[in-house]
Design a protein around this ligand. Structure first.
Ligand SMILES: Nc1ncnc2c1ncn2[C@@H]1O[C@H](COP(=O)(O)OP(=O)(O)O)[C@@H](O)[C@H]1O
Ligand SMILES: [Mg+2]
Length: 238
């Protein structure tokens, strides 16, 4: 690639004790791109997100965001650089209302100015404006997912990793979340979707990357990747 990618992990390696969770993985994302990151359970997808976002420290390789090496930055420094993640299990602050929940990521992202406007915009954008005074424990599953995406939105990311935001949702709720992620992408946010629901991944992704046992085994056009014999074998063996 002649142009500098937005995000670039090179030789990314992560061990837990003697176990190699990521084995020299190269992974890049272009500005505004939609990438699907797939692989069987335990293949290292969430570990990759952790190493990218800073909740985990890589043991080898390097992570770049634009022209800056970021793999020794703290999570909030990476958020301020424009790299945000959502969590596989949403963990809202249970004592705070929906609107108040968005204050925390705003502070984390260093965006305290015009906080109320930013919160209102994000709630409107994800379709939670009417639920702004609700408590998280009173939200439905799909609304919790929207709250998580609103928390990402207020940080104004250029790159967002969404780690399994659709588990347990109905068919139409999955469609809602895909549409929301598409609208985020239309605003210029590059998104890496990590998802087991294949229908969602193929509807969303311009490119697919496949991890198996900590190694990248395929990276490219979705149709070609899914036709790859090694990829099919990995899924049949699950
Ligand atoms: N904090 C941890 N300590 C020890 N092992 C871990 C830890 N986090 C993940 N692993 C292991 O690393 C592997 C990859 O996990 P993970 O990245 O969560 O997979 P995925 O998200 O693809 O399902 C799994 O075998 C998992 O058990
Ligand atoms: Mg995971």
């Amino acid at each position: 690639m002649s142009e500098l990618p937005l995000f670039h992990a090179q030789g990314l390696t992560k061990r837990f004790g003697g176990f190699v969770a990521l084995d020299s993985v190269d992974f890049e994302v272009g500005a505004g791109e939609r990438v699907g990151l797939i692989g069987p359970n335990g293949s290292g997808k969430s570990t990759l997100v952790g190493c990218a976002s800073g909740s985990l420290r890589n043991d080898g390789g390097a992570v770049w965001f634009k022209d800056r090496r970021i793999d020794r930055l703290l999570p909030h420094q990476r958020v301020r650089a424009g790299l945000v993640r959502s969590f596989q299990l949403p963990r809202p602050f249970r004592g705070l209302t929906v609107a108040e929940n968005l204050r925390v990521p705003l502070v984390f992202a260093g965006r305290q100015g015009r906080a109320q406007d930013a919160i209102d915009d994000a709630l409107e954008f994800v379709g939670l404006a009417a639920r702004r005074e609700a408590m998280p424990q009173d939200l439905t599953q799909v609304d919790l997912r929207k709250l998580d995406l609103a928390r990402a939105t207020v940080a104004k990311p250029q790159l967002l990793f969404v780690d399994e935001a659709m588990a347990g949702l109905s068919h139409s709720e999955v469609d809602e979340i895909i549409a929301l992620m598409m609208r985020m992408n239309e605003r210029g946010v590059a998104i890496v979707m990590i998802e087991h629901i294949m229908r969602a991944v193929t509807a969303f992704s311009q490119r697919l990357v496949v991890l198996v046992a900590g190694r990248k085994i395929a990276d490219g056009d979705p149709e070609q990747v899914l036709a790859n014999v090694e990829v099919q074998r990995a899924y049949l063996g699950e």
